[in-house]
Design a protein around this ligand. Structure first.
Ligand code: DGY
Length: 267
């Protein structure tokens, strides 16, 4: 599981280990170079979770921009008063500019959904796609932050992407913008985010992942009204979790048989 650390210390204790099969697409919990050095195969579960995770990203984006969390808390707390033109007014999603940080499988699936909402889509990553994408334009990180009404973080966690979004990046965003993170919590600096949300630097944030995870209930982000947090539900549908489990099992069996894994990180 993505919560298990597979590092030198663990590998030291498992001298006969042949294959590590992760039931997730992200493998930041696995020391890949240590596995490579020992000839251990590593598998993961890409593709089967792409569309489900993009659904969550889009739902989280709408919930954040349109203040679902605050609304639900008001209803539960008996604070739903008379209809008021300025009550919990949010930001439009349709027709706005969406910036996607990390344009892999999931980032591209989010972009496909944005087309239906007549959004202009920008993306950034190390290099533009080799085949230009009809739905999205490649820009620098600075330009994306400056122009986007909504920013979705979908890049994998690596040494380079740790705290990719911190004070400078949040400052570069529009004060009306939202930030959504569906990747790994460590891509966003939580202290900088809390400051940005409480000082009006950005409008709101939607997090499906946090740092630490699970986030303790007394973490300031949990009680920040314009921060909407879901507990790492990206791929959490019955069909997708079954598909992930089956692919992880097939990877494992292939590895034990000495065959090439169906979805390898290290073949
Ligand atoms: C992944 O696959 O990496 C997700 O975070 C779990 O759905």
């Amino acid at each position: 599981m993505l919560t298990d650390r597979v590092d030198e210390a663990l590998l030291e204790c498992a001298p006969r280990l042949k294959v590590v099969s992760q039931m997730a697409v992200g493998v930041d919990n696995i020391d890949l170079s240590a596995c490579r050095k020992r000839g251990i195969k590593v598998g993961h579960t890409p593709d089967v979770l792409t569309e489900t995770t993009a659904d969550l990203a889009f739902g989280l984006l709408i919930a954040t921009a349109r203040r679902f969390g605050e609304g639900a808390r008001d209803v539960a707390g008996g604070r739903w008063g008379d209809w008021d033109p300025s009550y919990l007014i949010g930001q439009d999603v349709h027709g706005s500019t969406l910036g996607i940080v990390g344009f892999g499988r999931i980032g591209r699936a989010v972009a496909r959904r944005a087309v239906g909402f007549r959004m202009s889509v920008l993306y950034t990553q190390r290099r533009p796609l080799e085949q230009p994408d009809q739905t999205a334009s490649f820009v620098s990180m600075d330009e994306l932050l400056e122009r986007s009404d909504h920013v979705v973080v979908a890049a994998p966690l690596t040494v380079e992407t740790h705290h990719l979004i911190s004070t400078d990046q949040l400052q570069a965003m529009k004060s009306t913008a939202t930030l959504v993170n569906i990747s790994r919590g460590q891509l966003v600096d939580p202290v900088a985010l809390h400051h940005a949300l409480t000082s009006g630097m950005i409008f709101a944030a939607g997090l499906d992942v946090t740092d630490p995870e699970p986030i303790p209930p007394n973490d300031p982000l949990v009680t920040t009204p314009n921060c909407f947090i879901t507990p790492h539900l990206g791929s959490s549908t019955i069909r997708t979790r079954e598909a992930m489990a089956e692919l992880a099992a097939r990877n494992l069996v292939a590895g034990l048989r000495g065959e090439t894994l169906e979805a390898p990180v290290i073949a």
